[in-house]
Design a protein around this ligand. Structure first.
Ligand SMILES: [Fe+2]
Length: 193
């Protein structure tokens, strides 16, 4: 039996258009994310990893198993951060922590986008919290995730070309700038406990 399945998204494939097209969702979620989950299932079959939660597999594996487990986890986290409606800016204690760390939400967005543009090759840009609630932005190459650093992930932008090439071709900066229009900060706030 396959342990992990691709869950249905909480929105329709066309709901994030024009920021992310239905075609990108079909490929990025339906093919790439499904592919990581298929490889993860194949790699854990018949091993002691089969009994572990996905987050624990990410924290305790390396090599091909880490790459596929982390990419599965990262993508489920990423796709759960969007909605066609919802709050487009943080509120409450997360808003206060962002202001404390960077001065304003606008300045945080500017720095987050700059890291996304600067990251060489494929990877992810993360907003994370430590166990004291202090925030930081971390760029990670390839399947890199803050789970490996013992940090709490709050927000991720996928800067692999497969995330934007259909809709934006090579224009990564434009893609990451548009992502703010579909982030649902109600979801992000719930991750900051
Ligand atoms: Fe991706």
């Amino acid at each position: 039996m396959k342990k992990y399945q691709l869950p249905p998204l909480p929105y329709n494939d066309s709901d994030l258009y024009p920021v992310i097209s239905a075609e990108t969702i079909t490929f990025h979620y339906g093919k790439h994310t499904q592919g990581y989950i298929d490889k993860l299932n194949a790699l854990i079959a018949g091993t002691s990893y089969e009994a572990l939660p996905l987050e624990t597999i990410v924290k305790t594996s390396d090599g091909a198993l880490f790459n596929n487990a982390a990419q599965a986890w990262n993508h489920l986290f990423y796709f759960a951060s969007f909605s066609p409606t919802g709050h487009r800016a943080p509120r409450g204690k997360l808003a206060a922590a962002i202001d404390k760390q960077w001065g304003s939400f606008a300045r945080f967005q500017e720095l987050f986008e700059a890291e996304a543009v600067a990251l060489f090759g494929s990877g992810w840009i993360w907003l994370c919290a430590d166990n004291k609630g202090e925030l930081a932005i971390f760029p990670e190459s390839n399947a890199g995730t803050p789970l490996s650093r013992g940090l709490i992930p709050l927000l991720a932008f996928d800067v692999w070309e497969h995330a934007y090439y259909i809709d934006y071709r090579n224009r990564r900066a434009e893609h990451v700038n548009r992502l703010w229009d579909i982030i649902d900060w109600t979801v992000i706030e719930k991750r900051y406990v």
